[in-house]
Write a protein that binds this ligand. Structure first.
Ligand code: AHR
Length: 351
């Protein structure tokens, strides 16, 4: 072999060696770039917490359809922060029950410590919650409820009594009419903007209102249709109601965002609403923007639905962590707010 060839061979061998060495370091770098317990423990800021493993919470959220939902998400995010000792992951399921089922399966795969589920609709949970149960992951249901004959599929539920909210809306309407000086026996035409069909918020509010309104033989439910808890769809449905019926006296909006849409449609149709208007509006949620709408004179009454579930869910998790028993079902206390009191109450509202 010539000297030149020998030099070339040595250079080739050396460059191959360095290439293998580089491959080796890349392989090692890949896993350490992902969050791992050892790298977390090694970082000085986490060294104090090295004995306290964060509690891994997977939150299966309905979506981002309303002001209420945004307040609910914020409450969960603020509660389950890293500083509070949690690893928190949320999936926004865009108001799709099938996306929620997929999200639960992903959380099972990831081996979360708890699954928190805000179910979009009531039906269809048995199989996937059975899978969570088999994996030994406690499921805490929040806000809306599921329909099941097997209560062992979830550990606890905390949320609103939607049927009571529907009944309270009847009392709210009775009082609003009194306030307006409408005779109790005057014939009344009502339309309802329903929430997401099959959700317990929709079912409870629709049923609660329908049952309690039976006491008023002069109240007539002209029509009901879903606006899917969004302002846009609420407005669309209200526009079509206004085209179909010339004599609407009352709108029951099963959430504030649909009420905002209804107000827009009513005004665009040249009609008036609120305590001094032609059409009485009863809404649900009582979010900050609804207080503003009551102050502006657009909405008559708001039946509260409280979204601040983060601390309530945390209380359940803390109790379970320390081996205590928790209430299977816990209802949140809620009130009713009238337009005349909105200005003096708004500053005390937390959402
Ligand atoms: O389940 C609670 C309901 O869901 C709220 O009334 C509504 O605003 C939300 O989208």
């Amino acid at each position: 072999m010539s000297v030149l060839k020998r030099i070339f061979a040595v250079v080739l061998i050396l460059s191959m060696c360095s290439a293998f060495a580089a491959c080796g370091s890349t392989d090692e770098a890949t896993p350490s770039s992902e969050p791992s317990k050892s790298s977390d423990a090694a970082s000085p800021s986490n060294s104090d917490n090295k004995d306290k493993k964060p509690i891994y919470v997977g939150f299966v959220q309905v979506g981002a359809e309303s002001d209420w939902r945004m307040a609910n998400t914020k409450s969960m995010q603020q509660t389950f922060s890293e500083a509070n000792g949690y690893k928190f992951e949320m999936v926004d399921c865009q108001q799709k029950t099938d996306k929620q089922i997929t999200a639960i399966r992903d959380f099972i795969q990831k081996g979360v410590d708890y699954i928190v589920l805000a179910p979009n609709t009531e039906a269809g949970w048995e199989t996937v919650l059975g899978e969570a149960k088999d994996a030994g992951i406690p499921v805490i249901i929040v806000d809306r409820m599921i329909k099941t004959s097997d209560e062992s599929l979830f550990t606890a539920w905390v949320g609103s009594n939607f049927k009571k909210e529907g009944e309270d809306a009847v009392t709210a309407l009775e009082n609003a009419l009194k306030e307006k000086g409408v005779a109790a026996d005057k014939p009344l035409n009502i339309v309802t903007l329903q929430g997401t069909m099959g959700s317990s918020a929709q079912i409870g509010r629709t049923d609660g209102f329908a049952e309690k309104m039976k006491a008023h033989s002069n109240w007539k439910l002209l029509d009901k249709q879903s606006g899917d808890f969004t302002q846009e769809k609420g407005q669309e449905v209200m526009e079509s109601f206004l085209k179909s019926y010339k004599d609407i006296n009352v709108v029951i909006a099963e959430n504030d965002n649909m009420a905002f849409g209804a107000v827009k449609a009513i005004k665009a149709a040249g009609k008036t609403c609120g305590p001094k208007g032609d059409i009485t509006i009863i809404s649900f949620d009582a979010v900050n923007a609804a207080f503003k709408a009551m102050i502006a004179g657009d909405i008559d009454v708001d039946v509260e639905c409280n979204p601040l579930h983060g601390p309530r869910v945390e209380e359940i998790i803390k109790a379970l962590e320390s081996g205590q028993k928790v209430d299977k079902i816990a209802y949140v206390k809620e009130g009713t707010f009238y337009a005349k009191d909105a200005a003096s109450t708004i500053s005390s509202r937390a959402y």
